[in-house]
Design a protein around this ligand. Structure first.
Ligand SMILES: [Zn+2]
Ligand SMILES: [Zn+2]
Length: 267
């Protein structure tokens, strides 16, 4: 079997039995459900859930319905190096693979941090071996291995002239975001995952070591993020799930959010 944790949605390598605990959910950034550690498999999940494919802002979103685990939605980006899947989910179905094949398939899967590693290898295999780009600083969290996984190092990595990954630590050491200058309608966007956490008002972001346990990120990380992203043009910031996006004036929203955050934590 390949066990899948029902709280974080992470799929494991083939093994005879599930592990006794999920290291991702036992970590202080996550939590074990009140009912205790539970496991499913991809096959079992496919009998009760479907892939949700819908527009979110200007982009095509991929999620799961009914909601499962965290529940993030991934985004499909039509870029100058082919289609990129930003972040990932736990369920792949033949219908979803067909829908993606109809728009040219997925060349690269790039993931912000370990909470969204989910069923990345299941997706890559189903899509014919899409490359999976992960930050090397979080490699310890990879639970299902594959030759498709490529680790990148350092603070910045260019996938193409329009697509740049930036490491912005605070949530995980290798937490990253993707800046894309070729989004539809001439827009410059940040795909943030949980690296910048878009807040409920959809006009700000915040910076969390743990989202569910409400532990703020260290201000030194936030200051480094401010420096790293200082010169980027930003129209929109896409958060980790459906509709949680800052649409318009993203640059001003990020600057105001950093000022507000640093003031709140006493800097
Ligand atoms: Zn888990
Ligand atoms: Zn997370």
């Amino acid at each position: 079997m390949r066990p899948m944790c029902t709280t974080c949605g992470t799929q494991w390598d083939e093994r005879p039995q599930p592990p006794d605990h999920c290291p991702i959910c036992s970590d202080d950034r996550q939590y074990v459900a009140p009912t205790g550690q539970r496991w499913t498999t991809h096959e079992e999940l496919a009998t009760t859930h479907r892939v949700r494919i819908e527009r979110d802002g200007d982009l095509l979103g991929i999620g799961i319905t009914p909601a499962f685990a965290i529940p993030q939605r991934a985004l499909v980006l039509a870029t100058d190096i082919g289609n990129v899947l930003w972040d990932c989910t736990s369920l792949v179905t033949p219908e979803a693979v067909d829908a993606l094949a109809a728009i040219g398939g997925i060349d690269v899967i790039a993931i912000s941090h370990p909470h969204f590693y989910s069923a990345m290898v299941e997706w890559s295999d189903a899509l014919g071996g899409s490359r999976i780009m992960l930050h090397a600083d979080d490699a310890v969290w990879i639970q299902r291995t594959s030759p498709a996984i490529e680790l990148w190092h350092g603070d910045e990595h260019s996938l193409s002239p329009t697509l740049h990954l930036y490491r912005c630590a605070g949530h995980f050491p290798g937490s990253c975001l993707l800046h894309w200058t070729g989004a539809p309608n001439g827009r410059h966007v940040i795909l943030a995952g949980d690296t910048l956490h878009v807040t409920a008002d959809r006009r700000h972001v915040t910076f969390m070591y743990s989202v569910p346990n409400y532990v703020p990120a260290h201000p030194d990380h936030v200051k480094r993020t401010r420096a790293r992203l200082a010169d980027l043009p930003i129209d929109d910031i896409y958060g980790f799930t459906w509709g949680l996006n800052v649409i318009g004036d993203g640059r001003a929203a990020l600057d105001a959010s950093i000022d507000r955050y640093l003031a709140a934590v006493g800097h």
